[in-house]
Ligand binder design. Structure first.
Ligand code: HXC
Length: 261
């Protein structure tokens, strides 16, 4: 079943909305930011390197998307605040925060340094917390937070004790903020992709294994970045207005397949 990349959403479904996307200058985050923009939102993106940010903002401009980019390390609370404040200054409001920034690598637990474990926990989990706190006031009363998670921690995943711990923490943040910030008018949701074609995740975590991965997925292929972005689009739309605290698995059925094939 091939991906059919024709959006089911109207082009103005997010008209008047402003979305901030961390890690929005590359990979899944870039596609999410682009699709939010193509569906009417103004987008603010951040990443650690200036060049990809500039390239993304230029691409968005060529597509007619109003975009703002800033360098930001999500591990640093002051960077998170500065990025969110910059987005609000630029566009006058904030409606959507997508926490997509992440770091990962393969390493057996016995070889992983404490700093290696801590680094991934800080980028992934602490980063989500920092950005969510920074965006709280701006989102209050009307906003949505989408945390990009994974399925690594549903069972166990070889050589990723750092990332699976971090993603478990992210899911817990999603549930907790869903409860605590629901009464504040903020929905908090997650998307848990499985293998996604053409991403750093695939290159770093399963190098040269595309065919084998495709074979193991019940839907017999990896996701496209566009399909992950469409799930985010649904979750930030009115159609998902009664969903909070929930993480949507978008993995072609992968994590269900526990058989050792
Ligand atoms: C073992 C490693 C390592 C590796 C880094 N470390 N890479 N240990 N194997 N391959 C250790 C270092 O030795 C160091 O510990 C500590 O981690 C911090 O490393 P730095 O390089 O100083 O950190 P930093 O520059 O902040 O880089 C962070 C990073 C990097 C995560 C290590 O790879 C990065 O920035 N990645 C961002 C892009 C990325 O990874 N994208 C893929 C996301 S995939 P010591 O003890 O030596 O000081 C994804 C999907 C998840 O998230 C779900 C998949 C299904």
């Amino acid at each position: 079943m091939q991906a059919i990349e024709i959006s089911p959403f109207t082009k103005d479904v997010l008209k008047g909305k402003v979305a901030a996307v961390t890690g929005g200058s590359s990979g899944i985050g870039l596609e999410i930011a682009k699709q939010l923009g193509l569906h009417g939102a103004h987008v603010a993106i951040c990443g650690r390197r200036q060049k990809p940010i500039d390239d993304a903002v230029a691409e968005f401009a060529s597509l007619g998307i109003r975009a703002f980019g800033a360098q930001c390390d999500v591990r640093k609370p002051e960077h998170a605040t500065s990025f969110i404040n910059g987005a609000v200054r630029e566009f006058g409001r904030l409606d959507i925060l997508v926490n997509s920034a992440a770091g990962n690598f393969l390493c057996p637990a016995e070889d992983l340094s404490v700093n290696g474990f801590k680094t991934v926990m800080e980028i992934d989990a602490v980063g989500v917390f920092n950005m969510s706190k920074a965006a709280f006031e701006a989102l209050r009363g009307h906003g949505t937070i989408v945390n990009i998670s994974a399925t690594l921690h549903y069972g166990a995943t070889w050589f990723q004790v750092h990332a699976s711990s971090a993603k478990a923490a992210i899911d817990s943040i999603t549930r907790t903020l869903g409860m605590e910030w629901g009464p504040e008018g903020i929905r908090t949701v997650g998307v848990a992709p499985g293998p996604v074609a053409g991403t750093a995740g695939m290159t770093k975590l399963a190098p040269g294994m595309s065919d084998a991965v495709n074979e193991l997925v019940p839907l017999k292929r990896m996701a496209t970045k566009w399909e992950i972005a469409m799930s985010v689009l649904f979750l930030v739309s009115n159609g998902a207005g009664y969903i909070t605290g929930e993480t949507l698995v978008v993995d072609g059925g992968s994590w269900l397949n526990t058989s050792l094939t």
